[in-house]
Design a protein around this ligand. Sequence first.
Ligand code: NAP
Length: 534
Amino acid sequence: MQLEETIEIKGRSIIGLKDGADSGQSVKALNPATGEEIEPPFVQATTEEVDQVAELAQSAFLEYSRLSGKERAKFINQIANQIEALGDTLTQRVMLETGLPEGRVKGETGRTTGQLRLFASLAEEGSWLNARIDTAIPDRQPLPKPDVRAMQRPLGPVVVFAASNFPLAFSTAGGDTASALAAGCSVIVKAHSSHPGTAELVGRAVQKAAEITGMPEGVFSLMFGGGRTVGSALVTHPDVKAVGFTGSTGGGTALMKLAAERPEPIPVYAEMGSVNPVFILPGALAERSEAIANGLHVSATMGVGQFCTNPGVVMLQSDDAGNSFKDAFSGLMESHADEVMLNRSIQKAYSDGVAARDGNSNVEVIVSGNPDTTSGPCHGATSVFEATAENFLEDESLSHEIFGPGTTLVRYSSQGDLLKIAENLEGQLTATIHGTDTDLEENKELIAILERKVGRIVFNGFPTGVEVCPSMVHGGPFPATSDGRSTSVGAFAIDRFTRLVAFQGCPQSLLPDELKDGNPLRIQRMVNGSYTKD
Ligand code: NAP
């Protein structure tokens, strides 16, 4: 298939300012709407190139990590400008490789550039550094107090695994890359094989931004190749100091294991699966059943259900009001047209998951999830299942994610059922509660349990559509993520790629500018226990 492009896609890895060599092995992207191959072929990186990229990233890190937040911000803002300059070439390529509609692709482009600019301003603003200064008291009795100053410092080269379901916002220049660059780390991206052309276009935008702003070569590289070959070699390379990942539980836990077994273990920030439970409480159902059914249908089918925040399990009371809700919601899901999923393996994983639930005697099939066979090779159809609270608690498989437009309704009879279900949950990215003020007042215990289980509790809303803002938490206890203390969206994401370093008795001339007397960068610091910019 020929695409009219003003910017050439070379099909080569980006190694600092150069292109990868021809290893003799290449793969092409597939158009999920038609099943056709898309030109050009993408050359798979070699192990020699992995070494080359990691060494380059390490030497770039030594220089880049010393730059001021202002200089890093210039680079990151320039990346956003260069992505915008790709214009329609980028939009068309993303649509071709992912089957996502134009509106979504344009929206995600805006989210990606907005995210980059958020991290650029954060890098410059500096309060995230947690700079603290405790000045010396030489004549303190019985012992003198030393001068101690501390701040967050970048970890080193970071490997980012691009996600299939967000080809821009969680991929080459997505949240992991933006937060690592803002922290002062160099970045090596392992492209996702589902959208390599998109990866290269964005990668070349980053490369150009690095050239324009005079960044050290190797501050950014992009590699094509398999996860188990190129990806694993990057994670185990001694120069690599952290990993960012969004994808399957199997992929994320494999990388956690590899990283933990290295002679020097390194952190892996993996965002994996979640069923994002929704609890519909009786008062809310009586007040606005139709509105909740409509909102849930939009949320469950958004992005063909291929969002990590997709509402996969919904707790619904087992009475007439619950039955009416079930009928309304199932009707909306049933009439929802089949849509193109991101790639064949995701489509297959979804249809396998639906088939397994179909054959499970603990659930009833309400909407089948079988796509019209004439639709296309990667189409997915909506599914709705129903289980009793008792069966849901007994059958662990019902709380596993089916990545796609499917939802399981769990029918509860009492508040006791809800508390048992909540207590039984694994770690989740989100939980949602629909309740009136009285409902919420009467369900404080449920909320308290959910706080232990999830990264974000949504009240009277829907979990999809994660706002990118300083207070956002897109994380949650294992297995939703590899580290429940972290988030992959929002300003707190920068903390993942840093560690604290204290300087005791350090001469002024050798201190980082952020910790020098007189606060030359005018950043927020804690000086002798009080926050100040003085
Ligand atoms: P994936 O299979 O986990 O792959 C993500 C990336 O990790 C790819 O670059 C892949 O390399 C690499 N990888 C996978 N397993 C690996 C291993 N054992 N060792 C080293 N690298 C490995 O995810 P996906 O392709 O995006 O989608 C597959 C399934 O993941 C979906 O059906 C869905 O269930 C889940 N998923 C979840 C989320 C979420 O946000 N929760 C998002 C996307 C996908 P290759 O290039 O070799 O594939």
